[in-house]
Design a protein around this ligand. Structure first.
Ligand SMILES: *[C@@H]1O[C@H](CO)[C@@H](O)[C@H](O)[C@H]1NC(C)=O
Ligand SMILES: *[C@@H]1O[C@H](CO)[C@@H](O)[C@H](O)[C@H]1NC(C)=O
Ligand SMILES: *[C@@H]1O[C@H](CO)[C@@H](O)[C@H](O)[C@H]1NC(C)=O
Ligand SMILES: *[C@@H]1O[C@H](CO)[C@@H](O)[C@H](O)[C@H]1NC(C)=O
Ligand SMILES: *[C@@H]1O[C@H](CO)[C@@H](O)[C@H](O)[C@H]1NC(C)=O
Length: 643
């Protein structure tokens, strides 16, 4: 009786909130019921109804709030302003590096000063300013200040240098760059590559000799700028807030557009889905140029009034001490962080903290249980969400190993699906009618999300570069004539609808928490080696997350100078993109269409017993490549060699 009642309630709720026609809901349940055999249906229903109801409730809640903000034409600064009014003296941000603690009022005033200064400098709604600095409180104040006058920030990865950095500045069309003083050298290096002149502002006390000519120092100017609220630019909830660069499947980083409503939605889904409280303190050690750090983490402060502790850079040895010191109750992670923490010796602070939830993505099922029991963390809140797509998933009920779920009872309510895919090429497999084929439980498939442009929530905002947008969109997926976003990630669903990650395939691989684009690395290596043929791919190493980069280099005359190569590499690519292994061979095989043949080399890996070409491994301590001997190989296999 109870089940029938709750099922009816669920249907009513969904019908009302999502506007689904009655018969469709009932029809689908009936089809599933009859198709699965009654007993199986009852089991799944019993085991998942609470989870599904909570998911539906969260979605509806966020949706209603989004509608309200749309109607009232609110923006992220407007919503932040409500938090400031509610509790001006509550701590908003703490920067662990200096211990600087800002109240909501202080953050508000700092961002007002930024807004007033930039407005006086002539920046107007719709202009773009690049932000290139390490994590700190001011980082948040700077982009928030820009948003207050409708200026859009391009959040640049602070590991980038030279070509890739210049590319990010130019593709976003930035009229100015604000850089932290710790980035002075990188700015001097890139300055001559930059095509058109832009304003340069340095944040932090610096010396005018160490920055490019014409740079202005922001600190002192902001001291004297007005702290009163600037006049609003008349922006709305669907306007652009900032750009985040994602390393996609091809080539250089892509600037993904984040509109106000998307920022709100990502932060709110996590906030409500994982039942955060207003007295929670979030520990955010992820880079603020990515969505996990800046939206999921900082969003809890700006939109929901939580205190957020910002860490300059993740430190495995300081992690639990920081949590204990600042009374953090929620920590953010990526999978690699969890492994680094587990590799640390046991220390007192790891059991003296008040962390009740770990929030992030990429915690591997293999270390899940060890992580939660050793550090006494009651809940792991795994979520999945690409910056540029609306395919969010969340593991709301602490289910070990899962990164989210989709309802088995009413799967169509949430328009995401796993579709059969050729895992080698990531091409969708189509049936006789040309439509994609949904996966059954246990079958791996690519996660795709239906795009409904008329719904601001479901809209795909795309990339700055049109071509990049097209590659991520397929048509005729669910039904003829529709459009869907391709995440490029392969997942598997179990009987109850829980989803689990499969390793990334295709043209990027993950290493040390970052996506490495093989095409980009290939391009750079080839340039350093006088345009030699270079193939880059990821290889698995036992006991590590993701894949380590390996480069096969064609060197017909054995003329390669690895000393110089390693030095040049350091200047041109961030450390996580340096190939860990090199394979030097006379010639790289190509296909008929001049594509490099990767698969075979990828399968052969870095085993000196089976690969006859010269192999090298990067000694990260000494910063050079050393020959990969069978002895070295066995040390790598048993994790005795530090990569
Ligand atoms: C916040 O602090 C200021 C001064 O420190 C005080 O004047 C003000 O009343 C406080 N506001 C609230 C809401 O507590
Ligand atoms: C953490 O909590 C303790 C006990 O409630 C309190 O004494 C301390 O001041 C708090 N620390 C911070 C940084 O809020
Ligand atoms: C890596 O790629 C995935 C899938 O495209 C994306 O969701 C994620 O945000 C990217 N991460 C980084 C660090 O760029
Ligand atoms: C797409 O976005 C809309 C709102 O942003 C959301 O309601 C919908 O569930 C999303 N779809 C997926 C697959 O995430
Ligand atoms: C290149 O192709 C030749 C002939 O097909 C094959 O014998 C060789 O193993 C290939 N080399 C690599 C590195 O794949």
């Amino acid at each position: 009786m109870l089940r029938v009642a709750s099922c009816t309630a669920l249907l009513l709720l969904l019908k009302k909130a999502l506007g689904l026609p009655w018969f469709q809901s009932v029809g689908a349940v009936l089809v599933f019921y009859l198709g699965s055999g009654g007993w199986k249906f009852m089991r799944i229903f019993y085991k998942t109804i609470r989870r599904d109801l909570w998911g539906a409730f969260t979605l509806v809640r966020v949706k209603l709030q989004v509608r309200k903000h749309l109607r009232e034409r609110n923006t992220i600064p407007d919503i932040f302003h409500e938090c400031v009014k509610r509790h001006p003296n509550k701590t908003a941000l703490i920067f662990e590096g200096t211990g600087a603690s800002w109240t909501f009022r202080e953050l508000d005033e700092f961002s007002n000063a930024v807004a007033n200064f930039l407005h006086a400098e002539g920046f107007r709604s719709g202009d773009v300013i690049a932000l290139f600095m390490e994590n700190c409180n001011e980082y948040v104040g700077l982009w928030l200040g820009m948003a207050k006058i409708g200026v859009e920030a391009a959040l640049i990865n602070f590991n980038l240098r030279l070509d890739a950095l210049e590319y990010c500045f130019s593709v976003s069309n930035s009229k100015a760059v604000i850089f932290g003083k710790e980035m002075s050298q990188a700015m001097c290096d890139v300055h001559s590559l930059m095509g058109k002149p832009v304003h340069l502002y340095c944040f932090g006390e610096g010396d005018s000799k160490t920055v490019p000519v014409g740079t202005e120092f922001l600190d002192s100017i902001l001291q004297s700028a007005s702290r009163h609220p600037p006049k609003g630019p008349g922006r709305s909830f669907t306007d652009k807030l900032f750009y985040i660069y994602t390393s996609g499947t091809t080539g250089l980083p892509k600037a993904a557009i984040v509109v106000h409503s998307r920022y709100f939605r990502m932060a709110a889904l996590v906030h409500y889905g994982f039942s955060m409280r207003s007295d929670d303190v979030v520990y955010d050690c992820l880079p603020l140029y990515h969505s996990a750090g800046n939206i999921v983490g900082i969003g809890q402060c700006l939109l929901h009034g939580l205190t957020v502790v910002i860490k300059k850079k993740f430190s495995a040895s300081r992690f639990w001490d920081d949590c204990a010191k600042y009374n953090c109750t929620i920590v953010q992670y990526i999978g690699e962080i969890c492994r680094y923490l587990l590799n640390q010796p046991v220390r007192e602070a790891e059991s003296q903290h008040r962390v009740r939830m770990a929030l992030g993505n990429g915690l591997r099922p293999a270390i899940w249980a060890e992580f939660t029991s050793r550090f006494r963390i009651p809940q792991v809140a795994e979520f999945y969400g690409a910056t540029e797509c609306n395919c969010s998933l969340g593991n709301f009920d602490n289910h070990v190993g899962a990164c989210g779920f989709n309802s088995r009872i009413l799967p169509f309510v949430y328009p995401i699906r796993l579709m059969k895919v050729n895992e080698e090429t990531m091409e969708l497999i189509r049936d006789a009618q040309g439509l994609c084929i949904p996966c059954k439980p246990g079958e791996p498939g690519q996660l795709v999300g239906r795009i409904i442009q008329s719904d601001p929530l479901r809209r795909f905002d795309g990339y700055v570069n049109e071509g990049a947008t097209n590659k991520k969109i397929a048509s005729d997926v669910f039904k003829c004539g529709d459009m869907a976003y391709l995440t490029g990630d392969v997942l598997v669903m179990d009987d109850l609808g829980y989803m689990y990650f499969r390793d990334r395939t295709g043209d990027t691989f993950r290493w040390k928490g970052e996506n490495v684009s093989t095409t980009e690395v290939e391009g750079t290596l080839s340039r350093l080696l006088g345009q030699a043929d270079v193939v880059v791919y990821g290889v698995e190493i036992p006991g590590t997350e993701g894949r380590a980069g390996m480069a096969a280099i064609a060197d017909p005359n054995s003329a390669c100078d690895l000393e110089k190569f390693a030095k040049d590499l350091k200047k041109s690519l961030p450390a996580y993109a340096h190939p860990v292994f090199l394979r030097i061979l006379p010639e790289v095989n190509k296909t008929g269409t001049y594509k490099f043949q990767k698969t075979e080399m990828k399968n052969e890996g870095f085993n000196p017993h089976s690969v006859k070409d010269a192999l090298y491994v990067l000694d990260s301590q000494q910063g050079r490549y050393t020959p990969l001997t069978p002895d070295m190989y066995s040390r790598i296999q048993t994790s005795k060699f530090k990569l």
